[in-house]
Design a protein. Structure first.
Length: 291
């Protein structure tokens, strides 16, 4: 027996209002989480993107904005436990370099806002989102898949930019400005720039990546240029460089002991650090600093 038209209309309005209320609540929660400034003694402040936040590495930090996906197993959290430091972790998945200095991500203020004269250590891992590195790796792999998302990528995505079309100069400028601001807020702090662990092997590809040889060759150039830009900014500023791109060369996603994931073993965070990669980064930073 069919419902009367009036009942159907009321049901439709009820569903629409419920969905609208859920959207409003989700936005309100994001705004509230973003406006909150993490508390705690900022002895160690961690800045950066999901490579610092520890995307999909387990339980989220208690006070992390949900959208930041900040894990207790990201390398900053591991380092803080290893060194016995009080940490204020400001890293956030999806961050670009301007979010560290200018804010604006998920209604949040600048990541550097918790740094002050009490800060003894600052780590920075950022840049991949600025030049579309991880996003393009994921889209390239996805378009080979027989999924709805793969079809959408094949249909609507124009393909990756060349290395020359990516704004590495802008990234270096943003990194240097951020480093200058960090030194101004905490003149006595040790500042460490940790580059992204290596994702792609030195040549060729492998099934784990889900990329063709030509795609891997293109993105290897992007990854190498990202590492070189990060290295240049750290050296120009005088910050300590922890070059995970070099240290992790033998632990790429195709290796027997990978520090990064590929596509087929990605979980919720393709082409991101594994637990072993986060641990290796924490150990490398610890070996580089004297506190």
């Amino acid at each position: 027996m069919s419902r009367p038209l009036g009942m159907t209309a009321r049901l439709g309005r009820s569903v629409a209002l419920t969905l609208l209320a859920l959207v409003i609540l989700a936005i309100a929660a994001a705004v509230w989480q973003g406006w909150r400034t993490p508390t705690g003694t900022p002895e160690y402040v961690a800045l950066g993107s999901s490579f610092a936040a520890g995307a999909d590495l387990g339980r989220l930090e208690t006070h992390s904005p949900l959208l930041c996906a900040r894990s207790v197993n990201g390398y900053p959290q591991k380092l803080a436990r290893m060194r016995g430091l009080s940490i204020v972790d400001m890293s956030c998945g999806g961050a670009v370099t301007k979010h560290l200095l200018g804010g604006g991500q998920y209604f949040q203020g600048p990541q550097i806002r918790t740094i002050d004269a009490r800060t003894r250590l600052v780590t920075i891992t950022v840049g991949g989102n600025d030049i579309g590195y991880i996003g393009d790796l994921s889209l390239l792999a996805a378009r080979h898949g027989h999924t709805a998302f793969g079809w959408l990528v094949r249909t609507f995505w124009k393909g990756p930019k060349t290395p020359a079309q990516r704004d590495f100069a802008g990234l270096q400028k943003e990194l240097l400005a951020t480093l200058k601001a960090v030194h101004a807020r905490a003149p006595g702090a040790t500042v460490v720039v940790a580059s992204y662990p290596t994702i792609l092997p030195p040549a060729g590809t492998c099934p784990t990546l889900g990329l063709s040889g030509a795609e891997a060759d293109l993105m290897r150039q992007v990854g190498d240029k990202l590492a070189a830009t990060t290295r240049s900014a750290a050296l120009q500023d005088g910050a300590i460089l922890v070059d995970m791109n070099t240290l992790g060369a033998g632990h790429n996603a195709c290796s027997s002991v990978p520090w990064t994931r590929g596509w087929t073993n990605a979980g919720a965070a393709p082409f991101h650090p594994t637990l072993a990669g986060a641990q290796a980064t924490a150990e490398a930073v610890l070996a580089a600093v004297k506190l």
